[in-house]
Design a binder for this molecule. Structure first.
Ligand code: FAD
Length: 411
């Protein structure tokens, strides 16, 4: 039975494991950590989720949830309230700016494969907020992991709290602490890959973009060698993603002049008002190993990719579910951790490399290709659209069903 315990410096943590404070400590209450903690808690694991910030950060990053991720969230009881706050987007489009050509895919065609044949357009922070509210006292905000040390039996983790350093002992530590993961850095694991030379700028607006394009979907990837861009609808706003040269200063990119240029090009109206303007540096990087004894990397802590295709958060949630399942089997069913946990690392790293990294780079290459290079690619995509079997296979792959099957097949 759980009893209250005091950490060495007086901070109190729920004590449920003999000789330890919690069974699993999850670091980072982004979408990936919040899902990992929810899955563990629902399986009866004594889990604590710690988050450096004072509340779930409301950053405008991921907005697309793919169908298999929706199935996972449904199993955790998180889907219905998320759908209530989002938009169902069965159709996504690839457009060519110069010719006006549109190739559309309708996930509604996969209704025989999934109860959720649509992308859900919903801000990622809504998931983090929902999950952390449900986790209640299992979440501690303003707790930044600053150091950890693992031994044969567990991990001792030090947390920076507002007025003290706290210590917690866990049998396992899940690192969901994002792109700059301190845990990954302490592990000393290589984070191989590259950083794109250009900057990514997102502009959010109330302006009804659908009034300016024929039959615009909620998700639109627009190819152009000079000016490729993405138009995404969220429940309250349209988001436009464009790139800019690395040597353009941030203050120029965030200026009214840049906004006016973007919307003049997009819809011929420089007076569009934005609600948010954000700049990102974007990376393609994968940790050399995800599983490290009692410490495991998931989500952006383990891998980074460009946002084209909406694969980053989704694949992080797939990591979280894969790892949570194996931790439950170890902690509850007595499964062999030395066999099962490295398998998590092998499975998720394999598809990160073979699909997530490969596909996101291919998506970007298609969008920025010269006219001559793009033409055969779009001609092939047009043939896919016309062929029912190929169209379904394409959508299953883009929706990440295939990568989950491939991961499950990795021994
Ligand atoms: C413009 C843009 C659009 C995107 N669109 C999509 C999309 O549509 N679909 C998609 O799948 N992906 C998308 N992504 C990627 C997606 O945003 C990330 O993959 C996702 O946020 C990863 O979630 P995470 O929980 O691993 O990390 P994060 O969301 O970064 O969360 C990490 C959390 O850990 C906390 N933290 C950090 N350090 C510590 C510490 N030491 N101790 C405790 N807590 C700590 C942070 O405060 C944060 O809350 C997009 C990215 C960008 C930039």
């Amino acid at each position: 039975m759980a009893a209250q315990g005091k950490a060495a410096n007086g901070g109190s943590f729920r004590r449920a494991v003999p000789g330890g404070d919690v069974e699993v400590l999850v670091a980072g209450a982004g979408p990936v950590g919040a899902v990992a903690a929810t899955a563990l808690a629902q399986a009866g694991v004594d889990v604590l989720l710690v988050e450096a910030a004072a509340a779930c950060p409301e950053d405008l990053r991921a907005s697309t949830f793919h169908p298999p991720t929706l199935e996972m969230l449904d199993r955790l009881g998180l889907l219905a309230p998320l759908v209530a706050q989002g938009l169902k987007a069965p159709v996504y489009q690839y457009r060519v700016r110069s010719t006006g050509e549109v190739l559309a895919f309708d996930l509604g065609e996969l209704a025989d494969l999934t109860p959720f044949p649509f992308r859900l357009q919903c801000e990622q922070w809504k998931l983090s907020r929902l999950a952390t509210e449900r986790l209640g006292e299992r979440v501690r905000f303003q707790r930044r992991v600053v150091h950890f040390a693992q031994d044969r039996d567990g991990v001792t983790v030090h947390l920076e709290a507002p007025t003290a350093i706290e210590e917690v002992r866990a049998r396992y530590l899940v690192a969901a602490d994002g792109a700059n993961s301190l845990i990954r850095k302490w592990l000393g694991v290589a984070f191989e890959g590259f950083t794109y030379p250009e900057k990514f700028l997102t502009l959010s607006t109330d302006c009804p973009l659908e009034a300016h394009f024929h039959d615009l979907a909620y998700v639109n990837y627009v190819s152009d060698p000079e000016w490729w861009h993405v138009m995404l609808r969220t429940p309250s706003l349209w988001r436009v993603l464009v790139t800019a040269p690395n040597d353009t200063p941030d203050e120029v990119l965030l200026s009214d002049a840049t906004t006016a240029t973007v919307f003049r090009r997009l819809i011929g109206d420089p007076s569009v008002v934005t609600r948010h303007r954000t700049i990102y540096r974007v990376h393609q990087r994968v940790a050399a190993r995800f599983d490290h004894g009692r410490v495991h990397l998931v989500g952006d802590a383990a891998h980074l990719n460009n946002p084209l295709g909406g694969l980053g958060m989704n694949s992080g949630i797939h990591d979280a579910m894969n790892l949570a399942d194996k931790l439950v089997r170890v902690l509850r069913d007595g499964a062999d951790p030395d066999e099962l946990l490295p398998r998590f690392g092998r499975q998720r790293r394999a598809v990160t490399l073979s699909f997530i990294q490969e596909q996101t780079q291919r998506n970007k290459a298609m969008m920025e290709a010269s006219e001559a290079a793009r033409r055969p690619v779009f001609a092939e995509l047009a043939r896919v659209v016309k062929d029912r079997d190929r169209r379904r296979a394409w959508m299953r792959r883009q929706a990440m069903f295939t990568s989950l099957e491939e991961a499950a097949a990795v021994p």
